[in-house]
Design a protein. Structure first.
Length: 320
């Protein structure tokens, strides 16, 4: 649980440099279709900033709440246009009840459904997409970046959101500066394509970062009475892959350890893993770890299975 200031100085410096380098390249290139390469690069940089904001929210970087909040607002609202306060509230509720159908906002039925019960009760878009949601999952992630921006602005209407005026101001500055840069440097057509490519890759990267963590793991309901250890371990999945995966997923591949010790600095999670794994083995608690591709396979199979009732209803309707 000891702080790792040296690690975070290096990480924040590298991520900040990548973010700045992307915008320097954007202004240096000017009005050219090569800017789509910059759009892809900036999408990766935006996602890395989001992962840093995640660590800030858990006070892994700064122990003091005020310092973490200020840095989080700069990283989230100003740099990438995502409400830090909204996301922190949502993520806190997720940590308290991961994969719980009634309490985890990350598995609330929306465009996708995460359990058979949700599929049966689904309406509207979820009912239309549910039967094919496993095939549509990755294509839908291209919209996740836009969804995060829209949700951030919608959250400003909530009285419960702390520092609403500050959050609103920073979000407006981000959007205004972002659009001004695109439409000043690029022709209108190139600006629109840049925006679409940038936000699509940003959404896919973030979705691919968070999907391996819990999707396809057991879903909990009010009937499940689990202690803290089992609630966190049984609903989480670790992803193997060494330093490449550690870097790409921002340390979230040690999801089990992160859920047990959310304030533990990211680089310390791998040291905690053998202890947690051994303890779970002693208690007979299932501890799941697999490769990245296998984790996506498990998540997609789960989505396909829970969408079965909707496919069966469509087949029955067609026969009638």
């Amino acid at each position: 649980m000891n702080p790792r200031p040296g690690y975070y100085v290096l990480r924040l410096g590298l991520v900040g440099s990548l973010f700045a380098a992307g915008w320097v390249a954007f202004f240096a290139l000017g009005d050219t279709w090569y800017q789509l390469l910059v759009a892809a690069f900036l999408a990766l940089a935006f996602a890395q900033v989001a992962l840093v904001a995640h660590d800030l929210a858990h006070r892994q970087v700064f122990r003091a709440r005020r310092s973490a909040e200020i840095a989080g607002l700069v990283a989230g609202n100003l740099c990438i246009g995502m409400s830090y306060g909204w996301w922190m509230d949502k993520h806190t509720r997720h940590h308290a009840n991961p994969n719980h159908e009634d309490h985890d906002p990350d598995v609330a039925p929306d465009a996708l459904v995460w359990s058979t019960e949700q599929a049966v009760a689904s309406r509207g878009l979820a009912r239309f997409l549910g039967g094919r949601q496993a095939y549509l999952f990755f294509p839908l992630l291209t919209l996740e970046g836009f969804n995060l921006h829209v949700a951030s602005f919608r959250a400003l209407a909530r009285p419960s959101l702390r520092r609403r005026k500050l959050e609103a101001g920073l979000l407006v500055v981000h959007v205004a500066a972002y659009l001004a840069a695109l439409f000043t440097v690029l022709s209108p057509g190139k600006a629109v394509v840049f925006l679409l490519v940038h936000q699509a890759i940003f959404g896919v990267y973030l979705g691919c970062t968070f999907a391996p963590n819990h999707k396809g793991m057991p879903m909990l309901t009010g009937e499940d009475e689990l202690d803290f250890l089992r609630k966190q371990v049984l609903t989480s999945r670790n992803v193997r892959g060494g330093w490449v995966i550690d870097t790409a997923l921002g340390g979230l591949n040690y999801q089990i350890e992160h859920h047990l010790f959310p304030g533990m600095p990211t680089p310390n999670l791998r040291h905690a893993q053998p202890i947690v794994r051994q303890y779970c083995a002693e208690l007979g608690i299932s501890y799941l770890e697999c490769g990245l591709i296998a984790s996506y396979g498990q998540a997609l199979r789960h989505l396909h299975e829970v969408g079965a009732p909707l496919r069966e209803k469509k087949t029955l309707s067609a026969r009638l």
